[in-house]
Each structure stands twice: as structure tokens, then as C-alpha cells.
Design a protein around this ligand. Sequence first.
Ligand SMILES: C[S@@+](CC[C@H](N)C(=O)[O-])C[C@H]1O[C@@H](n2cnc3c(N)ncnc32)[C@H](O)[C@@H]1O
Length: 227
Amino acid sequence: MSVSDEFDDWAARGKDRGMEDRHWHTAKHVLARMPVEAGDTVLDLGCGSGYAGRALKETKDAGRAYGIDASPSMAANARSYTDDPDVGYLVGDFERLPFESDSVDHCFSMEAFYYASDPDEVLAEVARVLRPGGTFHCAVNYYEGNVHSHGWDDLVDVPMTRWSAAEYREAFREAGLSVAVQDNVPDREIEIPPESDFPTDEWETREAMVERYREFGTLVTVGVAPE
Ligand SMILES: C[S@@+](CC[C@H](N)C(=O)[O-])C[C@H]1O[C@@H](n2cnc3c(N)ncnc32)[C@H](O)[C@@H]1O
């Protein structure tokens, strides 16, 4: 199935807001770290419900916030959640960004990068559109070090690339982005039931659930475009 068909189906079933609720636990910390200044242009790759653009506009006074998504229904839903004329949602593939070179101050992506058919091409595109000194905050829960994510590709009918933290750093550098920081943002909000409730439908042991959320959390790689 194509990425757009898969996620059109998710959007039609209201899963865009469900993802937002789950991802917000860690995404909000990543968004808070972004060095966005008033008036900046920001871009969210694989925007889903579009929460990141709205948050950067509201909390950091971004000048223009764009989200791009391969799924027309995701982009349509995102548009329906705001009437701010400075927040826009585009349908497109983030491997071919419809932006001029050196035109975006900061890029963000949450739980989307690894769906790219060619992740290196996405990084090349990000490096092209970013202004000198601009950043790419790339956040993923599906990565090699998160052993609890290893079966996720069986649940989604589109190919996924599972890189290690080191592979992310290497690919960023190959694309010409220096890696300013890479770390794990724990999810401290998801409720973890008491020991007596395990095993649950999803988790064999409480220890595994604690490791997945409180320890591994979201892998964040921050690339910076050369000055
Ligand atoms: C798991 S959802 C995450 C959505 C949102 N970032 C969030 O945190 O809730 C992944 C999104 O990436 C989009 N996506 C996947 N591959 C894409 C591509 N090549 N170009 C643009 N969007 C893509 C999907 O359509 C989907 O909406």
C-alpha cells in the first residue's frame, strides 16, 4: 500500500488526533527546545494532524508555519483545525520539498522520517531548504535501539527504515548537517499500571513497558545547516 493510502485511511478514522495525543508527550519537549525566533519560517515533515506548526506559531511566534504530508486527508484534517492564515498544510512527498533553497529557518519531524523510501534524499532536501544555521529536529520512536519497536513494521503496510542512533548521526553528516545533539526524550506521561496488572494485552512485563517509555522514549537527532 502507498504511504498516502495508508495514512488517508488513518485520517478517515480520526487516528491523526490519536497520534497527536500520544506523540505530544515527547514532541512538546522537542518543540520547546527548537531555537525558533519570532518571524521565522518553520516546516514539519509528515505533519499528520499538524499540531507542531500550530504550537510553534502559538508559543514561539513563528512567522509562517508549514506542514507537509503525503496523505491528502491528513493535510485536510490539519487545515480544519486552524483558521490562522500563517499556518499552512501542503500535500506532498518530503523527499521533494516544494520550497526554495535557503528559505526555511527550522525543520521538525515526529514519527515520520522513517517512512521515506529514500531517507538520505529527505536529509539532502532538508539541507537544501534550511537557511545557514537552521536546524532539523528529527524525532523517532522506531529505531534500532528501541527493541520494543522492532515489530512495528508488521503492523503498517508500508516499508519502514530502522536506523540506529549512530546511523542517524552518520546520515545527517553525509547530508552536510552537523549533529548538534542526539539524545532520548523519555515519555513521563503515559500511565504505567501497577505490577499486578501485568501481563497486559500489549506488555509481557512492567519492566519492558518502563524501559520502552521512561528509558528509551523518543530518539531525537538535531542537525544544523552550515553557516
Ligand atoms: C505516524 S504519522 C505521524 C504524524 C505526526 N508527525 C505526529 O507526530 O502525530 C506519519 C505521517 O507521515 C506522513 N508521511 C509518511 N511518509 C511521508 C512522505 N514520504 N512524505 C510526506 N509525508 C509522509 C504520513 O502520511 C503520516 O501522516
